[in-house]
Structure formats: structure tokens, C-alpha cells
Design a protein around this ligand. Structure first.
Ligand code: SF4
Length: 162
């Protein structure tokens, strides 16, 4: 059961054989936008967990790409792929997130669910629907920033050939 998400993504309980509806990003995002923020004091001590290569949904990729362009940060996004222990490509040298206003869902859940605890214990696992949110998030296709860029370049190349 996923409160506020079932109507858009669920099928009929009576055994409807039609293909399941695609997950509804707008409904999902409306829940994400209401995540509590007051539990974080902004100390940035969690930056050590900002490692490896993020997997983004297409909506997240589009938001991040737009943000990077608007702020002249595209070279930041073009750094080589990161290993699991390398810093996230969006982590700044001062330990702040360069794309904080448009950071992906997994980053927004930090400190709010049991398996992503605040290293200082400043926040507490408080989301009753945390597991459901993760489950819903997992339904959206995701890829790394570089992979989405590659797909976009391929699509643009294909259109240019028409
Ligand atoms: S996008 Fe920002 S918050 Fe998320 S892992 Fe990277 S630096 Fe950290």
C-alpha cells in the first residue's frame, strides 16, 4: 500500500489483465516535496556518504541538467564516471551539494529513513511511509547522469539525420 500513489500506479484489485499503469511521477513528487526539512541543521557532515555514481530518473536528470545549465556548471557534470568510493560528481570541495535545490530523491531521504541515518544523530527515522517511498521510487527507470546524457545525444543525433 502506497498512500497517495496507488491511484495512479495500481491496477484493478479484481484481476484486470491490462498492462499496469506507468508510475506517476507527479503524484510521487508531490509527496517528496512535502518531506520534512526541519530535522536537518545543515551541518554537511553527511558529505562522506555522497559517494559513487547516482542513479537518476529521467525527470531528475532533466531538472539537474537544466539547473547545471542555468548556473554554468555543465563541466561539473562531465567528469568521468565515479567508482563506489569516489565523491559524488555533484559534491563541491566545501562539502556542499552543487545541485542541492534539485537533488535526487535518494538524497532528500537522507536522515529520514532508518537505512540512511544522519551521522550525528541529529535527525531521527521519522517517515512512516519511507519503505513505500523507496519502493515507489524503484519503479521509475533510472540511469546515471552520463548515461542519460548519452541517450539524449543519441536521440538528438537520430533526429538530426532526418
Ligand atoms: S547529489 Fe548532492 S546530496 Fe546527492 S549524493 Fe551528490 S552531493 Fe550528495
Amino acid at each position: 500500500m502506497r498512500p497517495e500513489l496507488t491511484a495512479a500506479s495500481g491496477g484493478s484489485p479484481c484481476g484486470d489483465r491490462s498492462a499496469p499503469a506507468a508510475p506517476d511521477w507527479e503524484a510521487f513528487w508531490s509527496r517528496i516535496e512535502r518531506l520534512p526539512t526541519e530535522v536537518c541543521d545543515g551541518c554537511t557532515d553527511c558529505y562522506l556518504r555522497c559517494a559513487g555514481e547516482l542513479q537518476l530518473t529521467h525527470h531528475e536528470f532533466a531538472s539537474v541538467r537544466r539547473f547545471l545549465r542555468e548556473h554554468g556548471l555543465m563541466p561539473l557534470a562531465r567528469t568521468p564516471s565515479r567508482g563506489p568510493l569516489d565523491p559524488c560528481r555533484f559534491l563541491r570541495s566545501d562539502h556542499f551539494c552543487a545541485i542541492y535545490p534539485v537533488r535526487p530523491v535518494i538524497c532528500r531521504l537522507f536522515g529520514l529513513v532508518e537505512w540512511l541515518p544522519c551521522p550525528k544523530g541529529h535527525s531521527v527515522p521519522c517517515l512512516q511511509d519511507g519503505p513505500a517511498l523507496i519502493q515507489a521510487y524503484a519503479e521509475f527507470p533510472r540511469a546515471t547522469y552520463a548515461e542519460w546524457e548519452q541517450r539524449l545525444a543519441t536521440e538528438e543525433g537520430a533526429h538530426a539525420n532526418y
